[in-house]
Design a protein around this ligand. Structure first.
Ligand code: FAD
Length: 126
């Protein structure tokens, strides 16, 4: 927690040998009330390692969207929905990260509830 990677160190043969990190602390609250992390000067330390796997940023699994070409997607490749969570395919609903991009559990749960109510209305109207 409160650690920021600042560099990947290699040996003289070109192999990775460590990640250099910097310790952070929470600063004063900004206008939004959030305390932003600020670096602690001179707090660099190294974590020895033989491999580095970058796992930052997320994208939707493309399998579903690629195999269902009549699902309308936005410019980022996420599924477009209307205010009820219905996609461009009538009777097919979506929500959560596949619609929003990387978001939060609570937003995905809210989308699920919205879609459940809309599915109920959709089916009863038929
Ligand atoms: C590293 C990381 C940390 C996070 N930390 C937090 C956090 O602290 N708090 C928070 O609120 N959110 C956090 N999130 C975000 C949160 O995990 C997501 O917003 C949330 O899981 C989205 O829920 P979802 O149901 O939309 O998608 P997912 O949870 O991704 O569920 C989609 C499911 O569909 C399945 N699937 C995909 N394709 C197919 C297919 N073709 N057929 C059948 N099944 C399929 C997948 O296997 C998966 O189980 C984090 C995300 C990551 C990656």
């Amino acid at each position: 927690m409160l650690t920021s990677p600042v560099g990947i160190l290699g040996d003289d043969k070109g192999w990775v040998r460590a990640i250099r990190c910097l310790q952070m602390e929470l600063g004063e609250p900004d206008d939004s009330g959030r305390r932003r992390p600020v670096p602690i000067e001179g707090s660099e330390f190294d974590i020895p390692c033989h491999a580095v796997i970058e796992a930052i940023g997320t994208r939707a699994n493309p399998l579903l969207t690629q195999t269902t070409p009549d699902l309308k997607l936005n410019k980022w490749g996420y599924i477009e929905i209307d205010e009820n969570g219905m996609t461009s395919k009538p009777g097919v609903f979506a929500g959560g990260d596949i619609v929003r991009g990387g978001a939060t559990v609570i937003l995905a749960m809210g989308d699920g509830k919205t879609a459940a109510a809309a599915i109920d209305r959709y089916l009863k109207a038929k």
